[in-house]
Design a protein around this ligand. Structure first.
Ligand SMILES: Nc1ncnc2c1ncn2[C@@H]1O[C@H](COP(=O)(O)OP(=O)(O)OP(=O)(O)O)[C@@H](O)[C@H]1O
Ligand SMILES: Nc1ncnc2c1ncn2[C@@H]1O[C@H](COP(=O)(O)OP(=O)(O)OP(=O)(O)O)[C@@H](O)[C@H]1O
Lengths: 216, 216
């Protein structure tokens, strides 16, 4: 069980605050907006009206005692900057911050944010990939351009064999998991026949995965 | 190559528009904000100043000819609603829309959005999971409460054997991929010794994965 302070209770901050509370942690939420604070009063440990650009606010709340701080203010970069600095100055070890743009990202990192997240940017990139490769349902980056990708088999691939598809694309990708209906096989043989709606999980280098996807 | 119309060029819309253009598609971007439109003029196929609550704007741009429409307006729900309806009325087959809240999500779905995305909500849920389970780096939901999860081995698990950890937790989870340094093995033996920083990919039911994570 940890203690979290969430500064900024827009959709992003509120979601983090309520989810962490639901999972059993102590969560303090701070926002200038009374409506948002009231709405959360019953759903998180403590919801407080306060302006973080006022240093006394965070002092009175003893934020230095918290394990983790999350700065969930996007547009008001000055408030996000001040909140990040104040949390770090008071000794909060882990401070995650939301950033709207790449520039804000670099600023917050330099001011001590342990990690910076760009929800609109990251989801935008995700959506673009899904629109470009409609068969891609989800993916995980493993670093060094290597990805795990989940594809949903479309109509036109119904009845195809996996290894035939890999061979035709001449792509270095591997099948690691296959879910057909409710049955998941974690070591599927590559000559398996695919059916519409099946979930195919592959791993490979980005170029090879693209090569594979372009030949579908 | 497809034709996309992106309505709303905030961070989310702009990211989608620029990424799709970079991947070779035709992209029309529309926004009321001249500054945003100018900034994108050189980076997407067409960037146009326009207010989508004015029906003539979309008519003049022949949006009916586009394959896909993305409504990337979050706060102005009325504009998002009108944009969604107008795209569908003009025959755009695939319309994806951003929604800030669950209520907006249901409204946009009912008005014909093919798919609704909540970037702040989805990333908020993601961040909460990562804060609750610090070893979890990423995950993919396969449906029916089944997940693929990527963990990063922490200090205290350095030198542990995978099967010993699974046994100790008495959890029904399977090791599907292991990345140690730059080497990825897609069919790792479960008695493998883990080292700090290794990337471990497991699959299992949510309860079993939690059971495993709680025993780490
Ligand atoms: N100085 C401040 N002190 C405390 N809270 C603040 C301060 N400035 C802004 N906030 C709060 O931070 C929250 C998030 O601000 P932001 O401008 O990013 O809104 P948003 O884009 O609607 O958020 P989200 O994208 O998470 O829905 C708002 O609820 C706002 O009231
Ligand atoms: N009627 C409209 N016609 C065209 N564009 C609009 C209209 N209303 C809002 N927009 C544009 O939609 C974009 C996104 O609006 P929103 O209010 O969601 O801002 P945002 O939260 O800053 O976006 P993001 O979270 O993507 O950064 C803005 O650039 C805004 O100018």
């Amino acid at each position: 069980k940890q203690q979290f302070v969430i500064i900024g209770l827009g959709v992003f901050g509120e979601t983090i605050a309520t989810e962490l509370t639901r999972m059993g942690h102590d969560v303090l939420g701070i926002d200038t907006d009374e409506v948002k604070v009231d709405r959360l009063a019953e759903r998180i440990t403590h919801a407080v009206i306060g302006d973080v650009t006022d240093e006394s606010v965070l002092d009175e709340l003893n934020v230095g005692d918290y394990d983790v701080g999350v700065v969930a203010i996007g547009r008001n970069i000055e408030a996000a900057i001040l909140a990040t600095m104040q949390l770090r100055d008071r000794g909060v070890k882990k401070v995650w911050a939301k950033a709207l743009t790449n520039q804000h990202h670099r600023i917050l990192k330099r001011l001590g944010a342990t990690r910076v997240i760009g929800p609109e940017f990251e989801m935008g990139a995700h959506v673009a990939q899904e629109l470009h490769y409609p068969m891609v349902n989800n993916y995980i980056g493993l670093g060094e351009e290597e990805f795990i990708v989940e594809l949903i088999v479309s109509d036109n691939l119904d009845g195809c064999q996996m290894d035939a598809l890999i061979e035709k694309a001449d792509a270095e990708v591997e099948l690691v998991l296959l879910k057909q209906g409710k049955t998941t096989s974690t070591n599927p043989s590559s000559d398996v026949t695919l059916h519409k709606g099946n979930q195919v999980v592959l791993v490979g280098q980005l170029d090879e995965l693209r090569k594979f996807a372009d030949h579908l």
